[in-house]
Design a protein around this ligand. Structure first.
Ligand code: 4AD
Length: 456
């Protein structure tokens, strides 16, 4: 269908005075004595285009006034002091009608209400802004790594190992419920892969394989967690960016993580000013200043041991007590980043017992060279570590956790053949999007969120 994108019309003054065809969905409509107005959006622009209908010249425009219908408009583009440009319609065709039960009749609906209709909420301003920023951010992340010589690899989605060793894996099976096996082993031996398989919780272990050949790699794909965490920050299926860098120790990877976060935020600030202004107005006052401050100030680096001291001295009661050795809960993370430092904080050198087997063991025998990046409002957005590159130490850590070494033969080989210091991190795509947009529930960052007890 020959037509001009609304984005083109806004970005090119060439169209002023020209007669064009535009298409879109009707977002608002307003009728007055002689003239009627529509605002249409075709998805190419955050801004709607105003259609001016001279009622004398256009008969039969009533159906086009129904919210949610789709239209094709022919008309002349003219300047308008409020919107920049608008279109004086000479002809309107309704492509798809929208009856009165179209649910998005009001200007603003609650996010909870909109969650009940993921197929329609994308047509609201909020979700238009979320998905435009999401798309720009994805491109910014690829650009960051591509322009620095990282190789983009796609790690398997179905795996035979649980990368985090946490056991929170969705099983992948083709066997029916009534399979007649007596033991778990027998069951999996008869299954599609001939052994237990699941959806990947992280591409890290395979990413390390690639980094041991290509030096600097990154993945950008879905990860799956079957953890029973019904919170505004947890998804069962999220998108995960995982760079892995050879010849890099913990301070090197921390520098990379900070530089990447600042660079991608700068890109969004430059490319999505309208969307960010919208989030600032409706969701997080001060958002743009927050983002500008982030890119111009260094992040804090805080020893885990010091973090525990700060929490113990805090003039408040936490729901979860914290002593050296405990994992930091959301309330602790938020206190540190929102109230003490008021900026992103890398907490480094965690106790080894609360972290994964692959993290480099520090000389103190108690901690590992790991860090989580905590940000105000969201909490943890990055999990990061230098990897244990020493074969014997890695085996010892795996044995201490009762892991089956046979399942990790490839991974162990990396420490046998040309092992090097290397480090990597995992950034949760939806978590950084929450931070950048000020949206407070991760369900409002995805097209179809997958969370405990809910799938559509
Ligand atoms: O801290 P995590 O579990 O680290 C890993 O998976 C490592 N293998 C990463 C690596 O070193 N390559 O997860 C990394 C990040 C978290 O900081 C968080 O942003 C995001 O992934 N994440 C989730 N996001 C949404 N919902 C969930 N259930 C998430 N679990 C982790």
């Amino acid at each position: 269908m020959k037509h001009i994108d609304i984005r083109e019309i806004y970005s090119n003054s060439f169209y002023i005075g020209k007669t064009v065809t535009v298409c879109g969905w009707v977002r608002t409509s307003r009728d007055s004595k002689n003239v009627a107005f529509l605002e249409i959006n075709d998805g190419t622009s955050f801004k709607h285009l105003q259609v001016v209908i001279d009622k004398e010249n256009i008969a039969d425009f009533d159906n086009a006034m129904k919210l949610g219908c789709s239209v094709k408009v022919i008309g002349q583009i003219v300047e308008n002091p409020n919107n920049g440009v608008e279109i004086n319609a000479t002809g309107i065709t309704v492509l798809g009608e929208s009856p009165a039960d179209y649910p998005l009749q009001k200007k603003r609906h609650t996010l909870e209400f909109l969650r009940t209709m993921p197929h329609l909420r994308v047509r609201t301003n909020t979700f238009n802004a979320v998905f435009r920023v999401r798309s720009v951010l994805a491109s910014a992340i690829h650009n960051y790594f591509q322009s620095r010589g990282y190789v983009y690899v796609n790690t398997p989605i179905i795996t035979g190992s649980d990368a985090e060793g946490a056991g929170e894996v969705f099983r992948v099976t083709t066997q029916g419920f009534d399979h007649g096996c007596k033991t778990e082993e027998e069951y999996y031996a008869n299954d599609f892969f001939g052994r237990k398989a699941g959806l990947s919780v992280s591409g890290q272990l395979e990413g390390e394989v690639a980094a041991m050949a290509f030096g600097k790699i990154y993945t950008f794909g879905p990860s799956f967690r079957a953890e029973n965490s019904n919170t505004p920050r947890h998804l069962a299926e999220f998108w995960h960016i995982e760079p892995e860098v050879a010849f890099a120790e913990l301070p090197d990877i921390i520098d990379i993580a900070e530089d990447m976060i600042k660079t991608i935020i700068s890109d969004v600030l430059a490319k999505c000013p309208d969307e960010l202004a919208f989030f600032e107005k409706h969701f997080e006052p001060g958002l743009v200043d927050k983002l500008r401050t982030i890119i111009s100030h260094s992040f804090e680096i805080l020893e885990y041991t010091k973090a525990i001291e700060i929490l113990k001295q805090a003039d408040r009661e936490f729901n979860y007590p914290c002593d050296w050795g405990c994992d930091l809960q959301t309330e602790h993370e938020r206190y540190i980043t929102e109230e003490v430092f008021k900026k992103p904080v890398f907490v480094i050198n965690y106790p080894k017992d609360i972290k994964a087997f692959y993290m480099k063991q520090n000389p103190d025998g108690k901690t590992v060279a790991a860090t989580d990046l905590l940000v105000p409002g969201v909490g943890e957005i990055i999990g990061c570590s230098e990897r244990e590159a020493d074969y014997d130490k890695l085996i010892a850590a795996m044995n201490a956790r009762g892991m089956k070494l046979d399942d990790y033969k490839d991974y162990l080989d990396l420490r046998k053949f040309g092992s090097v210091p290397h480090s990597g991190f995992g950034l949760g795509f939806e978590r950084i999007l929450m931070y950048i947009t000020g949206m407070s529930n991760i369900r409002d960052i995805c097209l179809y969120p997958r969370t405990v007890g809910s799938i559509r």
